[in-house]
Design a protein. Structure first.
Length: 251
């Protein structure tokens, strides 16, 4: 079977983006890892939020083998991917004012905790207000977004601001506006988005930096093991029990 030229081009595009974020975002990734490690060491809690397909990268670091057990998903009903019908409702909810505040007010998040907000465009009301409200509550906010959108689109929030404007640390995914890496003369629309690949890599790099920062302080990172390896369930049971007051995805 012959190889697909376009498939190869997508891999090349994704690899190029990964190389860019590795080189250009190294300082911000390290800063985010340090912030997470600071919170873990201080007894704080970790939360991740994303809407639509941005939620995939947030979910990727929650209850994950090889991940920090303390990372909790801050879920907004109806926006956690394509689990609602019609799927377009999720996009509509991202533009609803006041929803983020209501979610945060009913969440277990407290001052000193960290909230990682993932939003490719960073222009909708939900991620902007989530960041604004989180900082007002005393949380440290890490934003994972594409800064290209701040230069080539308009904010949909009443303030005219983007997610990046309300974060303590920003990680730029370098994804171009439209999130489609390929074009073809006989295909009318651009296609092959790479934001999930790159954003998830940024999230995992940030978590690796956090584990490294904790280890450098002599603190064992509260990591989960795969349940599909011998001893994994026993290991996870110990970690989940030891840190149970900072883990909310099992209650």
């Amino acid at each position: 079977m012959s190889e697909s030229k376009l498939a190869g081009q997508f891999f090349d595009a994704a690899i190029g983006l990964l190389q860019r974020v590795r080189d250009e975002e190294a300082g911000n990734v390290a800063a985010a890892g340090t912030a997470i490690a600071d919170t873990v060491a201080a007894g704080g809690r970790l939360f991740a939020f994303g809407a639509g397909h941005s939620s995939l990268a947030a979910q990727d670091v929650v209850y994950r083998a090889g991940g920090l057990a303390l990372m909790n998903l801050l879920a907004v009903p109806g926006t956690v991917g394509v689990d609602v019908t019609p799927a377009t409702l999720g996009s509509a909810l991202e533009r609803v004012d006041g929803l983020a505040g209501a979610v945060l007010d009913s969440s277990p998040a407290k001052p000193g905790d960290v909230l990682v907000i993932v939003s490719l465009s960073g222009r909708n009301s939900l991620p902007v207000e989530m960041a604004m409200n989180a900082r007002a509550l005393g949380l440290k906010v890490i934003g994972v977004t594409s800064l290209a959108y701040t230069e080539g689109t308009k904010s949909r929030h009443a303030s005219g601001t983007f997610l990046r404007d309300h974060c303590d640390i920003v990680l730029d995914s370098k994804i171009a506006i439209g999130d489609a890496e390929l074009t073809h003369a006989s295909i009318p629309a651009p296609f092959a988005p790479a934001s999930t690949v790159v954003t998830s890599a940024l999230m995992q790099a940030m978590m690796a930096a956090a584990a490294e920062s904790l280890a450098e302080r002599g603190i064992e990172p509260p990591l989960l093991r795969s349940g599909n390896v011998d001893g994994g369930h026993e290991w996870n049971g110990r970690v989940l029990t030891e840190y149970g007051d900072r883990i909310f995805f099992r209650h």
